[in-house]
Design a binder for this molecule. Structure first.
Ligand SMILES: Nc1ncnc2c1ncn2[C@@H]1O[C@H](COP(=O)(O)OP(=O)(O)OP(=O)(O)O)[C@@H](O)[C@H]1O
Ligand SMILES: [Mg+2]
Length: 300
């Protein structure tokens, strides 16, 4: 599984690039994915592309399967059928060593933060480093402090335990851990939920800055309309176990899918739309984009 636990036999010192040449332009490719629990199918033939260097916002009603998709891509939930490629490699075809090399290139911030309660923030950030890198204690400490700073935390937060953190600090600590291995691809599950609007906007800004400066690809599950407008290059909407619309915000605004329409044209959406148009001077012009169509000029 990715970014969870060390794989048996994994070559922890492997160079990420070795033997895993990626298809240019694409970070994640999911095809015809079926995932279920007992009789219940959560993914019912889902297709999704995430392009390198983009921030993809992933939306859908509560309980539709956003976290399940994230966890399935990460190898934490077993799929029934379909294919998942990351950086051009079909995850089913990888040896443990190749899998570990992919794993090293990915950072994850889970919905609930998922910090280890018995470890300090710094020790939490050091967990993936211990799993994947051979560092001296001093270097590991210095790197962890760097990530903590990068995530916008005061350095004195490093020695605090998760129970001593506010909600916003917990998010930043989880982000610091997600960045521990200098990932190319980061999964963020509801990064701004529970934050006040100012804290959420600051966190969005942080993600946008990190994405630009580190060249990250970001897969971000979110309910936050502000985030969707301000930092997402494209959005994919999940309903009935499939991606029903995929494209820039204009594709969401144009969609006639009932849930997507209600979400992007509801009262809260109109407020965000108006505020965004004022801030950016956007014309509100919309372009039709069908599912799977590439809105940003990326190609496989
Ligand atoms: N391990 C599991 N075993 C059984 N059912 C599960 C499991 N994990 C998730 N589910 C079910 O799968 C469905 C999708 O759950 P998921 O957590 O992906 O929703 P979500 O879209 O992330 O919702 P939210 O926006 O509330 O976080 C739900 O009906 C949930 O009960
Ligand atoms: Mg969820």
């Amino acid at each position: 599984m990715i970014n969870g636990h060390a794989l048996d036999g994994a070559d922890l010192g492997a160079r990420p690039e070795q033997g895993l040449q990626a298809a240019p332009g694409i970070a994640i490719k999911v095809r015809d994915l079926v995932v279920g629990f007992g009789d219940k199918l959560v993914m019912q033939g889902l297709d999704l592309d995430v392009y390198r260097g983009e921030v993809l916002g992933f939306v859908g009603g509560s309980g539709t399967g956003k976290s399940v998709l994230t966890r399935t891509i990460l190898g934490l939930i077993r799929k029934r059928s379909g294919t998942i490629e990351i950086f051009g490699s079909d995850l089913d075809s990888l040896s443990p060593r190749e899998y570990a090399a992919i794993e090293r290139r990915i950072g994850v911030m889970f919905q609930q933060g998922a910090l280890f309660s018995g470890l300090t923030v710094k020790q939490n950030v050091q967990v993936p480093m211990r799993e994947h890198l051979h560092l001296s204690p001093r270097l590991s400490e210095e790197l962890a402090m760097l990530k903590i700073e990068l995530a916008g935390l005061d350095l004195d937060a490093a020695n605090k335990y998760p129970a001593e953190l506010s909600g916003g600090m917990t998010k930043r600590a989880a982000l610091a851990r997600a960045l521990a291995l200098d990932p190319e691809l980061v999964f963020l599950d509801e990064p701004t939920s529970g934050l006040d609007p100012i804290g959420a906007a600051e966190f969005d800004e942080l993600i946008a800055t990190l994405q630009r400066t580190l060249g990250l690809t970001v897969f971000m599950v979110t309910h936050d309309l502000d985030s969707l407008y301000s930092i997402c290059d494209r959005i994919a909407a999940l309903a009935d176990g499939k991606v029903v619309v995929e494209g820039p915000i204009s594709a969401m605004l144009d969609s006639r899918h009932p849930w997507v329409h209600a979400y992007f044209h509801g009262k809260r959406a109109r407020l965000v739309d108006t505020a965004f148009a004022k801030r950016s001077g956007a014309s509100g012009e919309a372009a039709e984009t069908s599912p799977g169509e590439n809105a940003n000029g990326f190609s496989e």
